[in-house]
Design a protein around this ligand. Structure first.
Ligand code: ATP
Ligand code: MG
Length: 157
């Protein structure tokens, strides 16, 4: 499986790459985000929201499993499945995955079997206080093309 790596030197760079990614996303697109506490999952999601033209502030869903942001070019569905108790229970995720917006799922591995096969998996690794390694694994040609585009852009500037 192809993997695309991006190193960011400060949080604004993580925001910028996420923003550029979401400009390339369309309805029914699904992005998963994994990373330790403080890795930058919420920071990344803020960037996704910016790229969709969402003005509302994005924060961690924590007490709600799904937060919806609908004031942008496309809706953003921000899921945090950390508190889902039964990984196989049908909580209606599929309607989001095939819906009218972009869905981003934090702690997605907890509902692995419910995830669509075609999606973009992102892992954020802590390098040091200000640096992060962002690893993207595309499943399906649609996401592969997006990763190629992002990596072309990041090497050409
Ligand atoms: P949690 O699991 O606790 O919700 P999280 O993965 O959502 O954590 P954030 O809330 O996004 O993490 O916090 C990341 C923190 O790391 C922020 O304070 C951010 O400013 C800081 N940071 C420093 N350098 C970077 C970087 N290169 N990319 C992203 N965040 C960075
Ligand atoms: Mg968070």
């Amino acid at each position: 499986m192809a993997e695309y790596e991006f190193l960011t030197n400060e949080s604004s760079e993580t925001v910028r790459i996420a923003k550029r990614l979401s400009e390339l996303l369309g309805k029914s697109d699904v992005v998963t985000l994994e990373g330790d506490l403080g890795a930058g999952k919420t920071t990344f999601t803020k960037g996704l929201a910016l790229g969709l033209g969402i003005k509302r502030n994005v924060n961690s869903p924590t007490f709600t499993i799904i937060k919806e942001y609908k004031d942008g070019r496309l809706p953003l569905y921000h899921m945090d499945v950390y508190r889902v108790e039964d990984a196989d229970e049908d909580l209606g995720f599929d309607e989001y995955f095939h819906g009218d917006g972009v869905t981003v799922v934090e702690w997605a591995h907890l509902i692995e079997d419910q995830l669509p096969k075609e999606r973009l998996d992102i892992r954020i690794l802590y390098v040091n206080e200000s640096q992060r390694k962002i690893m993207m694994t595309p499943y399906g040609t649609h996401y592969l093309e997006i990763c190629k585009e992002l990596s072309n852009e990041s090497t050409s500037n």
